[in-house]
Structures are given as structure tokens and as C-alpha cells.
Design a binder for this molecule. Structure first.
Ligand SMILES: Nc1nc2c(ncn2[C@@H]2O[C@H](COP(=O)(O)OP(=O)(O)O)[C@@H](O)[C@H]2O)c(=O)[nH]1
Ligand SMILES: [Mg+2]
Length: 289
């Protein structure tokens, strides 16, 4: 990484994330279960690194979103990896409404004891309280909308759309606390930083667009060569000489400034958008080691 990026790494952590962390800590005692949301295309990079400190020993379900966009084989390996560590993993496709009921079934199974204990103490049954936690843009708000069955929160493709904590009633059994996306103050691993940028969990001001787009081309060329070639009609790709590839993509997609000059920023944007919206095929960038 060059100096400019190192500089950005030092100053990048947004104040509202620190605030959200504080709010989570303050509210954790009121919560029965954690819905830990990760993106199925980056099940490692999108997992909050210090989540165990935040949620103490609460029961939790790991929800892998965007299963419609992931490489099923690789993501399955990740699900096994976490299951072997005793996680309860549920894959969901929030666009096509797949897997949602499993979350509520699993919640009932994991928390069944709670109301039994209350009953034995002569207390009334109460709704389970779930807290949803994840990095920006993994689908937390969309998940809530699906659980509620109507538009309850605002969703958007820009990081940081959700700003406050609020209890939302899902059904008679479950109440949910939505939180804005959080990350961790220092991202040590540059691959991970690029994965987060590639799938729009960190903003473009932090890692330059061009670098992120070249990273995407490079990973795609190494792991999903056919998809890349099919989409852009390129013969090959060399990370040390990206201009020829940019020129081909730019011409093909009409990214011209004037006199046949290519608008390279526009090409970078197209590459990132194509990846995040699934036009480069179903992909998973993290590998189980
Ligand atoms: N294809 C696909 N897109 C999804 C899925 N879940 C969320 N999205 C999209 O991802 C973007 C971010 O979702 P949002 O709920 O705002 O994320 P949040 O920042 O975690 O609250 C939106 O454009 C959603 O439509 C999914 O399962 N599949
Ligand atoms: Mg949101």
C-alpha cells in the first residue's frame, strides 16, 4: 500500500460507528439473541472482528445474506467452517425471500428455555428480543423488512443509511433492535480492506476507486476467469498493465470523455457495480484456508 492509503487507514474510523458500539454495549443486557449478519460472498472479511467482546455470551445466529450472489460451493465451505466452531448458520436470499422462516424457527429453538423459566417463576411469557449486528451494506435493513413483512426501515446501497437504534416488532414472539453498520477501528489485512471496499462496506473515500476496481479484476481473473472474460470480452488481464483492459471495457461500455478518450473513473465504477450487483456471476472472495 502507498503512503496515502496508510494515512487514510489511520483517520478512517467514523464517529457514528464508535457511538453505535457504545449503544450496543449499553443495550446488550436487554437482548436475548444476536443476529450476526455477514455477506455470503465475504463470510470472513465481513465478520465483525471483535464481536465476541460486544455481545458477551449471548446466543447467536449467523445469517449469511446475498446467497443468490455467492459461489455456492465456497460459501458452503464457510458455513461448515463456522458450524464446526458451533455457530448456527442460516443462508438467506433477501431479494427472493429465501431462508427467512428458518431464522424465526432457530430463534424459537434457541430461546425456548427462556419462557419456560419465566413460567416456572410464575411470570408471563414475553417476546424474545433480538439484536441485529453487521457491517454496513450486508442487508440488515432488508432483513428487517423481510422479517416484518413490510417496509419498516430505509434500505440503500450506500454505507451508513441506518443511523439510530430502534426496537421493531417482528411478530408476537420476537422484537428486534436494528443497529447501524459498524466496522472495527483498524483493518490490518489489506485483502480484507479491499474485500470490504469491493462489496461496498467501506466508502470510496477510504480506498481509491481505481485500486478497488483493479483488485476486483485481479481476483476475478485468478478465481473466476471465465466470468470476467465473458462479461468484458477481454482476452487476459495483467495487474501491472491495466490500461489495455480498461480501454477495452471503456469502449465496450461507452465510457468516453471526448475524441475517443476513455473515462477511467467511470470504468472503475462500472466494474465495482457489476461485481456488487452480481453481473460478474456468483462469486465468493474469501477462501477457507
Ligand atoms: N441480491 C441481494 N441483494 C441484497 C440482499 N440483501 C440485501 N441486498 C441489497 O444490499 C443493499 C444493502 O442492503 P441494506 O439492507 O440497506 O444493508 P444495511 O446497510 O446492512 O442495512 C441493498 O441494495 C439491498 O437491496 C440479498 O440477499 N440479495
Ligand atoms: Mg441499514
Amino acid at each position: 500500500m502507498d503512503n496515502r492509503q496508510n494515512q487514510a487507514n489511520i483517520n478512517w474510523y467514523p464517529g457514528h460507528m464508535a457511538k453505535t458500539r457504545r449503544l450496543i454495549k449499553e443495550n446488550i443486557d436487554k437482548v436475548d439473541i444476536i443476529y450476526e449478519v455477514v455477506d455470503a460472498r465475504i463470510p470472513f472479511s465481513s465478520k465483525i472482528k471483535d464481536i465476541d467482546n460486544l455481545i458477551e455470551n449471548k446466543p447467536r445466529i449467523m445469517i449469511m445474506t446475498k446467497s443468490d450472489l455467492c459461489d455456492d460451493e465456497k460459501t458452503k465451505k464457510w458455513a461448515n467452517y463456522y458450524e464446526n466452531k458451533n455457530y448456527h448458520v442460516i443462508m438467506v436470499d433477501l431479494i427472493n425471500n429465501k431462508g427467512i422462516n428458518k431464522i424465526l424457527d432457530e430463534t424459537n429453538t434457541l430461546l425456548n428455555d427462556l419462557n419456560e423459566k419465566r413460567y416456572l417463576k410464575g411470570l408471563k411469557k414475553r417476546a424474545y428480543r433480538a439484536l441485529i449486528i453487521g457491517i454496513p451494506n450486508v442487508g440488515k435493513s432488508t432483513l428487517i423488512n423481510r422479517l416484518v413483512g413490510k417496509k419498516a426501515t430505509i434500505t440503500g446501497n450506500k454505507p451508513g443509511v441506518t443511523k439510530k437504534l430502534s426496537w421493531i416488532r417482528i411478530n408476537k414472539d420476537v422484537e428486534l433492535l436494528d443497529t447501524p453498520g459498524i466496522l472495527w477501528p483498524k483493518i490490518d489485512d489489506s485483502n480484507q480492506a479491499y474485500n470490504l471496499a469491493a462489496f461496498s462496506a467501506i466508502k470510496e473515500e477510504i480506498l481509491p476507486l481505481g485500486k478497488v476496481a483493479c483488485y476486483i479484476l485481479d481476483v476475478m481473473y485468478r478465481k473466476y476467469k471465465k466470468n470476467l472474460i465473458k462479461r468484458y470480452d477481454i482476452e487476459n488481464f495483467d495487474i501491472n498493465d491495466v490500461i489495455p483492459t480498461y480501454d477495452i471495457i471503456g469502449k465496450k461500455r461507452g465510457c468516453l470523455i471526448s475524441k475517443g478518450q476513455i473515462d477511467y473513473d467511470k470504468v472503475s465504477n462500472i466494474i465495482i457495480k457489476d461485481l456488487t450487483e452480481g453481473r460478474l456471476g456468483k462469486v465468493t472472495f474469501d477462501e477457507v484456508k
